[in-house]
Ligand binder design. Sequence first.
Ligand code: FES
Ligand SMILES: [Fe+2]
Length: 390
Amino acid sequence: MDNTQKAYKKRGVDYGLSTTMRTLPREYYQSEAIYGEEIEKIFGKRWLFVCREEEIPEPGDFQTVVIGDESLIIVRDAQHQVQAHFNVCRHRGTRICSAKKGHFSSGVIQCPYHAWKYDLSGGLKAAPLLNEVADFDKTDYALFSAHVGIWGGFVFINLAEKPIPFEEEMGALMNRFGDWNLAELRIAHTLEYKLNCNWKIILQNYQECYHCPGVHPMLSKRTPFRGAVHDCFEGAVIGGYMEMTEKRGSMTMDGKAAAPPVGKVSGDDLQRVHYYSVFPNLLLTPHPDFVLYHRIRSVALDRIENDCFFLAHPDVIADPKLMERFQSAVEFWDLTNREDWQVCEQMQLGLKSHRFTRGHYSPFEDIAYAVDQEVLKALGHQLPEMDRRV
Ligand code: FES
Ligand SMILES: [Fe+2]
């Protein structure tokens, strides 16, 4: 029995039959009410990936992120700590900052309406004329803050007042990929995509390679789809790896490495590409020679921004010749991404049909099924898995 078969058995699924693995009903892709629940219970409560530490290197550097009705300012404070503040002025509730990224000069976050001023840690520093009000205490009016967690240079935030501890949620990831020295890698390239599909479709698509033979002819040569080995089946972190056919190769246009191995990557990892999703919005794909990751931002029920980043060793980025070679990885993944996006958008369109209720996963999509289970668990929904209606 191979690892995949063992995994099915662990899940209580008969290998090759998979009679229990129904897909999510179409409402999970079409209903504004369910999407509203996801905003509240998933995006409002789980750890969300926002940016890399290197994107806000100096005190005052910031990015903003919109999550449902909320907007957050992610900023490096005067003590070089990363902070996340709700982008809401404590005077009358105005959204303070409309830029996507930038730098707060003089260490001041200033509301554009009546010029209340906050420091980078969110403390209220100046509220014009309110010093004349006897019982007004500035310490009562700091910006609301969100929780911040950092792993390997990846910055996560959590909007909940009492979130699941970061280390607990990310448990399966914490001890992985130490050999990559992730924190020292830097963004070598970025691809930005806007897609017309629900965010869950991208996570499901990422986790299964049942579609690979038809959708990704080139990728299927590099990593035959039956070679997927999954080792994390539940919780926030799920995924596994695929064996590459090319010795010391990588996921590039010609199958050869895009760069020397990163960090201390050695042994079996020189032959593998790892695929882990960090629920609900980071897809992390360490290769031997670089790290690919996608940041999914849900904009609406049927719209996402899906940005794809390539991390490489700073020595590679500094060398134009090495970067020229690195383009082979960028070209490969841009091609593969676009192949995926097309079927994902087609799925969103097809799911509008009222004749479709639920589908049926194949044995090779057990990990996509695991994504759905995490969604249902987070929403507190239960579905009749043995419902044979089609
Ligand atoms: S609403 Fe921000 S200063 Fe008035
Ligand atoms: Fe794909």
